[in-house]
Structure formats: structure tokens, C-alpha cells
Ligand binder design. Structure first.
Ligand SMILES: [Zn+2]
Length: 136
């Protein structure tokens, strides 16, 4: 298989769309996961390594934590506002959300982290290359 790396850096919305679809952030042609929680090591189409360094996925844990906190704290409040839940039921909803959201969102948190980190590092590399060209 050819490993053609796209010349143009993808736009932020394109990278975000690929992250939501769990696809490679650089080319969008291959899936990130080969199982429920197992990722491919690299993109088969463009060769982008997904885990750049040891501890790379710590950022994904923050993404997952933010989503979990938003749902576990927000869902009981919204449900209370809409249908008037008792405090006990609000607590049950919050605990259920805190247990389930990290599992459900696991794949997306890694994909979103990968896409965000790819976009930022790609933008930095392009800026450095542009500065180097100007100095010459
Ligand atoms: Zn790719």
C-alpha cells in the first residue's frame, strides 16, 4: 500500500470531523481502532504513528474526564430543571453517568486528543518551516 502523505495541512474542522468518525487525523482514510478498545499503531494509508511517545494518552484522559464531569454534573441538573427529579434520583443519575461515560467516551477521547494534538503540532511545524524559509 502506498503511504502518500497529503501536502496540505487539513483544516481544523476536517480534523475534528475525522476525530468524531474515529479516523486518522492526517488523511482520514483509515479507522483508528481494530477492536473495541484496541488501536492500530499507525495509519495504514499515510503512516502517521498514533502514539507519539510514552504517556501520550494522558491528554486523552483529561478529555475523557472533562466529558464525564460535564455529563455527570450537567445531566442531573438539566433533568431536575426539565422534569423535577428528587435529590436521590439526581444522585443516581450522576453516579450512573460517572461510571458509564468514561467507558462510552473512551474511543472518542483518544480520537479527539489525537486530532487536537495533530492539528496543533502540524500548525507549529508549518510555522517553523515558514520562518526558516524567510531567514534564507
Ligand atoms: Zn492516515
Amino acid at each position: 500500500m502506498t503511504r502518500a502523505v497529503p501536502l496540505e495541512a487539513p483544516a481544523f474542522l476536517a480534523v475534528l470531523g475525522r476525530a468524531v468518525r474515529l479516523c486518522c487525523p492526517r488523511c482520514g482514510r483509515t479507522r483508528l481502532y481494530r477492536g473495541a478498545f484496541r488501536m492500530h499503531e499507525a495509519c495504514a494509508a499515510c503512516g502517521l504513528r498514533y502514539e507519539r511517545a510514552q504517556g501520550y494518552w494522558v491528554g486523552a484522559i483529561y478529555v475523557n474526564f472533562a466529558a464525564t464531569a460535564a455529563v455527570a454534573l450537567g445531566a442531573p441538573l438539566v433533568l431536575d430543571w426539565v422534569i423535577g427529579l428528587s435529590l436521590r434520583r439526581q444522585l443516581a443519575v450522576a453516579i450512573a453517568a460517572a461510571a458509564l461515560v468514561p467507558l462510552i467516551f473512551f474511543r472518542y477521547s483518544r480520537s479527539l486528543w489525537l486530532g487536537l494534538e495533530f492539528f496543533v503540532s502540524e500548525t507549529d511545524e508549518r510555522r517553523e518551516r515558514r520562518l526558516l524559509r524567510r531567514r534564507r
